[in-house]
Write a protein that binds this ligand. Structure first.
Ligand SMILES: [Ca+2]
Ligand SMILES: [Ca+2]
Length: 395
């Protein structure tokens, strides 16, 4: 009988093995918000006295995306006895976060004694009234010329404005190479959730194969919608924002793991300084941790019972807990009515120390499966046949 079985094995068994030593996706950290230049190519206007010049010195050239070159920018038609201004209609209300103005680089020619004039004595105003009867000042350079090549001004005003006006504060000539206005729509969330000082992950129920993590709630100006749990800097799982603990399973005995939790808001902003904890799982007295086998069809659908004529695949996860290699053999045997032995498949391998393996084995089921059942179990090897697991019956 044994010989016959081995003969059958050689002729019919089907073997598959997939090895995994670690599972998960690569870690990603959220960058700071990247605001849009909401002034780019938007409509511009100038005072009635100012006659628009032709490109590349027309008012539109102040917002055409080209900055810091000699031959591009808005130049008023005159500079004596006037205070030039240029107004941008953002076409919608935006919260302004940053304003940038590029210098027109000095060409070194004689006769330009006040070349720094365009770099000082201007003001950036904002309003929702296109006539600017009322406005707020977002920033100014009165007195001191800004440093070449770009004035970068951060805005703290969190109100939203539609119109931006560059205004020269004193009478005189000016030149606006390029102005960029970085903004976002009101209510848009660019700020990741934050963790309060001293936030820590609490660990409990450390076992050979798992641990429970518990963390304090992070806060957000809107709402924390998710937490991501990272295992050794790889994403392990994502839970809802209302969940503050996670039961980690599938760990290897007597191994160190680092866990980190990050909070995510509805806009997808992810914190980067979430709490971290390092744990060591308990040692195991047995070499292998063997999970229950899972039975699937060829498409990967989990089966509840035997189905006629399909290619059955059974998989089992085996963890080598020891610091030494060990052999394991996953056996799948098909029995017919009256316990007649019909078919079998197995996969045997040497498992490296501290590694997790998934064994797959399978065969095609007969067209009539009435009375059939499968026994699935793990031996140490086909030669020694020492059982390492219970026998699971699947019918
Ligand atoms: Ca320009
Ligand atoms: Ca937020």
């Amino acid at each position: 009988m044994l010989i016959k079985n081995r003969m059958m094995f050689i002729s019919i068994c089907c073997l598959m093995i997939f090895l995994f030593s670690s599972l998960g996706t690569s870690v990603s950290f959220a960058a700071g918000p990247e605001y849009e230049n909401v002034a780019l190519n938007k409509p511009v206007s100038i005072p009635e006295w100012d006659t628009p010049r032709q490109p590349p010195y027309a008012p539109e050239n102040a917002v055409d995306g080209i900055g810091g070159v000699w031959t591009n920018g808005w130049e008023p038609s005159k500079g004596d006895g006037v205070k030039p201004w240029l107004q941008i209609d953002l076409l919608d209300e935006y919260v302004i976060h940053r304003i940038e103005i590029d210098d027109r680089p000095y060409d070194g020619k004689e006769g330009r004694p006040e070349w720094e004039a365009p770099r000082k004595d201007f003001e950036i105003r904002a309003s929702n009234d296109p006539t600017f009867e009322t406005y707020v000042v977002l920033g100014s350079t009165e007195g001191e010329p800004f440093e070449i090549p770009t004035w970068v001004h951060y805005v703290t005003d969190t109100n939203a404005y539609r119109y931006i006006r560059y205004v020269r504060l004193y009478e005189g000539w000016t030149f606006l190479s390029e102005i960029r206005v970085y903004g976002s729509k009101p209510g848009e969330d660019f700020t990741p959730p934050t963790w309060s000082e001293g936030s820590e992950i609490t660990v409990s129920d450390i076992s050979e194969t798992g641990v429970t993590l518990t963390w304090p709630a992070a806060t957000d100006e809107n709402e924390v919608t998710e937490y991501k749990i990272y295992k050794n800097d790889k994403l392990l799982d994502t839970v809802a924002g209302s969940v503050l603990s996670y039961n980690v399973t599938g760990l290897i005995a007597e191994m160190e793991y680092a866990f980190r939790v990050e909070a995510i808001d509805a806009a997808g902003n992810e914190s980067t300084n979430g709490p971290v904890v390092t744990i060591t799982t308990l040692p195991s007295s047995t070499q292998f941790t063997i999970q229950e086998p899972v039975f699937k069809d060829a498409l990967g659908n989990v089966l509840e019972r035997l189905v006629s004529s399909i290619d059955l695949r059974a998989s089992i996860t085996i963890t080598n807990n020891f610091n030494s290699q060990g052999n394991a053999c996953f056996m799948l045997a098909l029995y017919g009515p009256d316990k007649t032995f019909e078919n079998f498949a197995y996969i045997q391998a040497t498992l490296d120390a501290k590694q997790i393996y998934i064994f797959n084995a399978g065969f095609t089921l007969p067209s009539d499966i009435e009375g059939y059942y499968i026994k699935a179990f793990v031996w140490d090897s086909m030669e020694e046949m020492q059982p390492l697991s219970n026998t699971v019956i699947f019918e």
